[in-house]
Design a protein around this ligand. Structure first.
Ligand code: B1M
Length: 207
């Protein structure tokens, strides 16, 4: 059943994922096992395929929609089962920047990997990141920028998060962003794509 859920997710069959999740629950599988061995493994497989250029943005978006549909069915049960998220991620596109497709994919992949996502959307000020990080006791703050003119905002946010003294790491990414730039502005994490972002967040939170 888990395998069938993964396969339906990989081809973005939202209705099929919903139907299979219902069937899996009816057959007595726990919401936690459906999440971890079905949906999350499916999303991990998709992440690898995306990284290897075997699937592209449109496929990722439809799979993400299917993942969300499956998650929506499981969410109330997971809360009842007491499955704790791996950590909470405050994510957004930096101030002045309206590009959100990549950020949404990163958020979706992280959600698929079991993190709680607090998505602040686009054009997010340093103050807003910091307030959301405090309010949600964030494990990590994730910044996306697509413009060379807005990636400079990342430095302000890294500094603002550091100034809270909460010790929350910051991960950055987006087309113009590089590992060198992350080092330069002292961001703890960097990832070139969504699948690597999941790996990098995992690495930063188990340090
Ligand atoms: Co804009 N735009 N755009 N645009 N746009 C680019 C980025 C540009 C490269 C196009 C070009 O000139 N060739 C260029 C930037 C040049 C530069 O600064 N280097 C550009 C420009 C100039 C502009 C405007 C200034 C144009 C204008 O108005 N004159 C304007 C700026 C608006 C603003 O933000 N203030 C503008 C506007 C727009 C639209 C609104 C029309 C639209 C955005 C719609 C939306 O996002 N909802 C748009 C789009 C679609 C693009 C292109 C065509 C595609 C971007 C995209 O979604 N890619 C883009 C050209 C291009 O990239 N080929 C372009 C797909 C997406 C999945 O990839 O976002 O890179 P990406 O995300 C990847 C990775 O980067 C990474 O993972 C993702 C998945 O693998 N990643 C992270 C992203 N965030 C991450 C965070 C992480 C880790 C990894 O950790 C937290």
């Amino acid at each position: 059943m888990h395998k069938q859920i993964q396969e339906a997710l990989l081809i973005g069959k939202k209705d099929e994922v919903e139907k299979l999740v219902d069937q899996a629950l009816a057959s007595g599988l726990s919401a936690g096992s459906i999440l971890n061995q079905g949906l999350i493994v499916g999303m991990e497989r998709l992440g690898v395929m995306f990284k290897n250029n075997e699937v592209f943005i449109p496929e990722v978006l439809v799979a993400a929609r299917a993942m969300n549909a499956g998650m929506a069915k499981l969410e109330p049960l997971l809360i009842k089962e007491g499955i704790k998220p791996k950590g909470s991620v405050v994510i957004g596109t930096v101030k002045g920047d309206l590009h959100d497709i990549g950020k949404n994919i990163v958020a979706m992949m992280l959600k698929g990997a079991g993190y709680k996502i607090i998505d602040l959307g686009i054009d997010v000020s340093p103050e807003k990141y910091v307030a959301a990080a405090r309010e949600n006791r964030a494990s990590i703050v994730a910044l996306s920028a697509l413009l060379t003119t807005t990636m400079v905002q990342m430095k302000n946010i890294v500094e603002a998060v550091k100034a809270t003294g909460l010790g929350i790491p910051v991960i950055i990414g987006g087309a113009p962003v590089t590992r060198d730039y992350a080092d330069q502005i002292k961001a703890q994490g960097y990832a070139p794509d969504a699948a690597s972002a999941v790996e990098e967040v995992g690495r930063l939170l188990t340090r």
